[in-house]
Write a protein that binds this ligand. Sequence first.
Ligand SMILES: C[S@@+](CC[C@H](N)C(=O)[O-])C[C@H]1O[C@@H](n2cnc3c(N)ncnc32)[C@H](O)[C@@H]1O
Length: 196
Amino acid sequence: MVDMKMLHSFGRAKTVDLGGWFDEIEAEVYQSLARHIRCGVVIEVGVWKGRSLSTILEVCRRNETRVYAVDTWKPDLRDGYGEAAERNIEAIFRQNIRRLGYAESVEIFAEKSCKASRRFPDGCVDLVFIDAEHSYKAVMEDIRHWFPKISKSGTIAGHDYTTRAGVRRAVDELFGEYVALPGGSIWAVKKSEFSR
Ligand SMILES: C[S@@+](CC[C@H](N)C(=O)[O-])C[C@H]1O[C@@H](n2cnc3c(N)ncnc32)[C@H](O)[C@@H]1O
């Protein structure tokens, strides 16, 4: 069981601001996707302040799995990200990861999803979790860039399947019957099943 409140209770000097859009059920689902990976590679695309990413950091550290965070921290301000115009969200993310004690465990690529995907050879990533721009076109592009990077036994997954029409349309169009909905607003596709 993931205690999201615990993540906030670091005492006054070390309070972390993990505001975001990820509930406890989703945290458990995300952990279950990451838990079986050993000495692997996990990438989250779209991390904002680190709320969702923070829920898998301990399990990945324990299993010696490398974690990469990808974000431009320049979201479309019309899409509910007004805070990004006033505050340095990248700095908040970096501070959160440090204060939670995982600065050494996370490699950060402050760049666009498609650019970051080119850093990874095909077939080398165990889990990609996509939670960046939610338009149909953006999700299609993200999946097209990241799916080839997934290993044969790996999983591509993401957030907001039930809450954003663009996400659902893109995911359904690309993966159809192979889409699993393990809980909350998370979608997931195992490469081994899709490529069968
Ligand atoms: C919904 S928020 C992520 C929420 C985060 N997963 C959490 O749990 O709090 C979307 C994030 O995606 C980032 N983003 C949007 N488009 C992007 C792109 N093309 N490449 C990289 N990051 C992007 C935004 O800057 C924003 O931080």
